[in-house]
Design a protein around this ligand. Structure first.
Ligand code: UD1
Ligand code: MG
Length: 452
């Protein structure tokens, strides 16, 4: 049976105190909205609808960036979650699969949890709600169970009696609803409640009154964690990182000091990778098995192959492709460059828009001068080439296989295979001149101090 996903993301998020819509704030280098969309995508939905309001254009752009087939609908005024969900009707009119409702500000709902909800729904329940045992239930809707353990109603905190408030089983806001019923149920929702809003939660009691059955699936509280403030954003980041570190270690990586390693949502770390202290991963990084990422390195958009050593203090930027066994050392920045097998760039260098051949050795302080102020140009360095320390490679330029450059050279012309290129002022020694110059300066200094 087919699935549609509706993501509610129209809320103000006023507690963020931000010019940016709440769902575009990031956890693990991705907007909250993308985390929610990734959860939804695990169901392989036929349709995905994002309900946007505040910051509509920005939310729409972020939605389409994740999934260009997703639909974005406008909820002009935020009249409650039930009203928000009903905005999806024009897109889902006549859809008779399962409709999942998720929140755009709730990033950690797992694929397993959604799959379980779907399975329970297909046992014949009209609505399956996702519930959790809240450590502190204040503010959440409470789940009122029937004697047989099915779901009888959801009561908002503000509308709940004292006895109901004592219930710790709470509503996460995630639902799986029989598609042919959802909008019919929503049309029956009123706004006669403490907040004067249209609550989606009311569809439960409306369904029960029609003789339909409704059920609850439970998950861990952290999965349902939503973000309403900067402090909660930081807490969500911490939750993400805790799990990412544990996953990396479960998959066979060593993290010397796990709490100082920061992953992005999509970091891939292979087996027997060793990650030292204070390493930060931006998006789109793959580290293959046996590589070692040394302390204080920053990596994004790069691929590190087997058995490489990166850092300490290395920076790999988008398009850095480091082949097996290569070494990138301290204060080295690599951008849009393919570094060959076993090549070494160990100290204080910038290599951008370049290719470096297998087993080449790039001396300390080498710079690929790739930018002329308007255009970027490529540098090609051959296999086994040896670039002397402090060489400036003025791109576009090619240094051949087995070629050498003298230290301090400014290389502006291609260097043939096997050649030695020296491009620097010729040294001249003036006998005794150093000593004489120094004596003269000391005399000047003595004369000045007498004057004053
Ligand atoms: C809602 C639930 C509550 C549950 C809690 C879990 C209702 C009535 N209550 O409460 O039972 O325990 O979530 O976090 O559903 N939104 C819109 N348009 C609106 C209103 C909300 O898009 O008009 C979106 C928000 O952007 C947010 C989500 O829906 O992503 C939830 O809205 P929020 O106001 O946070 O609901 P709660 O009062 O927290
Ligand atoms: Mg909320």
């Amino acid at each position: 049976m087919s699935v549609a996903v509706v993501i509610l993301a129209a809320g103000q998020g006023s507690r963020m105190k931000s010019e940016q819509p709440k769902v575009l704030h990031q956890v693990a280098s991705a907007p909250l909205l993308h985390h929610a969309m990734r959860s939804g995508a695990s169901l392989e939905p036929e349709k995905t609808v994002v309900v946007a309001g505040v910051g509509f254009e920005a939310v729409k752009a972020a939605t389409l960036e994740f999934d260009e087939d997703a639909q974005v609908v406008l909820q002009k005024e935020q009249n409650g979650t039930g009203h928000a969900a009903s905005m999806a009707e024009p897109v889902l009119n006549g859809f008779d699969g399962d409709i999942f409702i998720l929140y755009g500000d709730t990033p950690f709902i797992s694929a397993e949890t959604l799959a379980e909800m779907q399975q329970v729904r297909r046992q014949g329940h009209a609505i399956v709600n996702l519930g959790f045992e809240a450590a502190d239930p204040a503010g959440y809707g409470r789940l009122i169970l029937a004697d047989d353990g099915t779901l009888d109603a959801i009561v908002e905190h503000k509308d709940a009696t004292e006895a109901q408030r004592a219930i710790s089983l709470c509503n996460s806001g995630v639902y799986c609803v029989e598609g042919s019923l959802l909008f019919e149920l929503l049309r029956k929702v009123g706004s006669d409640n403490a907040q004067g809003e249209y609550y989606i939660t009311d569809i439960v009691k409306i369904a029960r009154a029609q003789g339909l059955t409704t059920a609850v699936v439970r998950c861990e509280e952290y999965e349902t964690r939503g973000v309403n403030s900067r402090a909660e954003l930081a807490q969500a980041e911490a939750i993400f990182q805790r799990h990412a570190r544990a996953d990396a270690m479960d998959n066979g990586a060593t993290l010397v000091d796990p709490e100082t390693v920061w992953f992005a949502f999509d970091t891939y770390v292979g087996r027997d990778v060793l990650i030292e202290q204070n390493v930060v991963f931006g998006t789109d990084v793959t580290i293959e098995s046996g590589a070692r990422i040394r302390a204080f390195s920053h990596l994004e958009g790069c691929h590190v192959s087997q058995d490489c050593v990166i850092g300490p203090y290395a920076r790999l930027r988008p398009g850095a492709e480091i082949a097996d066994g290569a070494r990138i050392g301290n204060f080295v920045e690599i951008k849009a460059a393919q570094i060959g097998e076993g090549a070494k760039i160990n100290h204080l260098s910038y290599v951008g828009d370049s290719s470096v051949g297998d087993h080449a050795n790039i001396g300390a302080g080498t710079i690929t001068c790739n930018y002329d102020g308007v255009f970027k140009h490529r540098t090609e360095i051959g296999a086994r080439a040896f670039i002397g320390s402090n060489t400036m490679l003025v791109a576009p330029v090619r240094v051949g296989d087995d070629a050498l450059t003298g230290s301090g050279s400014v290389i502006t012309e291609d260097v043939p295979d096997g050649a030695l290129a020296i491009g620097r002022g010729k040294q001249a020694n003036k006998p005794g001149l150093g000593l004489r110059l120094m004596q003269k300066l000391r005399q000047q200094k003595a004369a000045k101090s007498k004057e004053s």
